[in-house]
Design a protein around this ligand. Sequence first.
Ligand code: ASP
Length: 308
Amino acid sequence: MEKLKHVISSRQFKDPGFLLSLFESAHQMERDDVFHALTDPLRGRILATLFFEPSTRTRFSFEAAMQKLGGGVLTSENAKANSSATKGETISDTVRIVSGYADAIAIRHYEQGAAEAAARISPVPIINAGDGVGEHPTQALADIYTIKKELGRLSGLRVALVGDLLNGRTIHSLLPLLCLYPGVTIDLLSPAQLRLPPLYREFLAERGVAFHEGERLEGVIEQADVAYITRVQSERFVSRQEYDAVKDVYIIDAETANRLKPEAIIMHPLPRVNEISPEVDANTRAAYFKQAKNSLYIRMALLKHLLA
Ligand code: ASP
């Protein structure tokens, strides 16, 4: 696969060979980090993190990734209030200006399509770090890397995606990556009001991927190799009552976790609210903290690909 310019949607990743090389690079980064042997291929380069919505993992891991590779960071953690957006500057103008100071921009925005719009006018790479209910492609790269690391394979898996499939952008980005591997079966588990949007169901159908929709965990998670749990996205609801009606619909407690196959893994892009009880953290199936750590190395590999 040729060098990427921007990273806007996980649909850009069409070649499992490219993903494999990214995984190998991420793995090398991890080894070098552990042995304090990292070099600084991005010395003199700058990443701007322009975040119009809250974040812990994504922004910190991008910034840590850049700094571990010898680069520098310009950061706006609350760009909605602390950048000229509050004076009425458009996202296009902000990007035009920031691209004069930075060699790449990781942007998180509350509007779907914002990163794509930024990419249209930016001379430097734009990385979509989450655009409203749209996508979060670098989270999906970390997710798929975690599955490969934990289970040793990506084909022939049964993956249960659980929770807010309507608004969960990590789900929207993970699906196209799962579709790259043969024999994957997907179980979509959500309350009726939080069903996966038709666009993504059509995508699965077009790719000929086997998928089933349902509401109940019972009878499904027992079969799963991966149970990927998501938070009900409170910030996307128009009323508190609507959110309250569904917020605790799935809770993975110790008993539920133990119903999974012993070798299965439980994932979550985090932050969690009540979906996974803390008692599950000690379960050998819990992979969500490793998933968060892996995002650092996959982002290092990606930044090196884009900028070195
Ligand atoms: N951190 C992820 C995201 O920004 C998942 C979540 O917020 O629920 O999409």
